[in-house]
Write a protein that binds this ligand. Structure first.
Ligand SMILES: Cc1ncc(COP(=O)(O)O)c(C=O)c1O
Length: 302
């Protein structure tokens, strides 16, 4: 495989069908079950100031998800790491959103047996993606608490990073219809789960809480949990009735696409403390400071 030169692909690099190509040339088949059945798994890591953040954790989660869904790719973990580095190098990105994807592939015409498909591996790097714009982060994100249910963990294991997003997308339309910025959804008991691309944390009387099940185990969620331990901030993973969001002191989101993101309003109502609250601010600062720690950094080989 020919590796790209630094900056060969302006604006982003893709790896598809064994080759590095400009983003506009990366395509998947109309008949790939990744498209027709959401039969795929993926992961998204970030590059900040020229280094991957927690790349090993993202690779662990990606390979574990592949195992659970019985995907096989012709690349080792070390080769996947090299491909991701090459994608970032190819576009010479210092701040990047870096995705790895495996799809079931295309079974022989007419076949209904997923074992007959050859799994496909894709990767790409783009300029860093924020789940909320800078303006929105400054003016304050308004979160809609949807009554829609996240797909049950009994149906789709949420620890496998997946494209089962119709619940999340519908909740986003509900949010926009009401003039809100984004949304979170509940489980069958009416407890908080997660939102489109993020985990959710609720702060009350100095204690941080986040959903204990029915959510993706976000790498940024893990970072927040670890930072709470370091900073001596009490943290509980437990069921959170959604009404608790309405009288929270602070709420924040966690995502690879933006780190710790403070929420200003819940369905139009300001939270008890002006945003960003003190606990959120400490975690926000600690989150970005952690990017400078060698243990979590993997410098891109430009
Ligand atoms: C449904 C869902 N929950 C949570 C997250 C946050 O995960 P991470 O912190 O690994 O980006 C994501 C990220 O895309 C997601 O899609």
């Amino acid at each position: 495989m020919r590796e790209p030169q630094t900056g060969e692909f302006e604006g982003g690099t893709a790896f598809a069908d064994g080759d590095f190509v400009p983003l506009s040339e990366a395509k998947i088949s109309l008949f790939d079950w990744g498209f027709t059945r959401s039969d795929a798994t993926y992961d998204v890591a970030s590059v900040w100031n020229g280094s991957f953040f927690r790349l090993d954790d993202h690779l662990d989660r990606f390979f574990a998800s592949m195992d659970k869904l019985r995907f096989r790719i012709p690349y080792t973990r070390a080769q996947v790491r090299d491909i991701l580095h090459a994608c970032v190098r190819g576009a010479d990105l210092k701040q990047a959103y870096v995705a790895m994807v495996v799809t079931r592939g295309v079974p022989p015409r007419g076949a209904r047996d997923p074992r007959l498909a050859e799994n496909r591996f894709y990767a790409y790097a783009l300029p860093y993606v924020w789940i909320a714009s800078r303006d929105k982060q400054l003016s304050g994100i308004d979160l809609h608490v949807s009554r829609r249910q996240r797909i049950s963990p009994a149906s789709v294991d949420p620890t496998i990073k997946n494209y089962h997003w119709l619940d999340l997308v519908q909740s986003l339309f509900d949010a926009y219809d009401q003039g809100r910025d984004t949304s979170c959804v509940v489980d069958a008991d009416g407890c908080l789960t997660e939102g489109p691309g993020f985990n959710v944390f609720v702060v009350r009387d100095g204690t941080v809480r986040t959903a204990h099940r029915g959510v993706l185990e976000g790498i940024s969620r893990r970072t927040v949990i670890e930072l709470c331990a370091r900073l001596g901030i009490p943290l509980r993973e437990q069921p959170i009735p959604v009404d608790d969001l309405r009288d929270a002191d602070e709420i924040f989101l966690s995502s690879t696409g933006g780190g710790v993101l403070p929420i200003a309003r819940i369905d139009g109502q300001p939270l008890r403390l002006a945003f960003p609250g003190p606990v959120t601010t400490r975690l926000y600062d600690a989150y970005w400071a952690m990017h400078d720690e060698a243990a979590y950094s993997d410098p891109v080989r430009y």
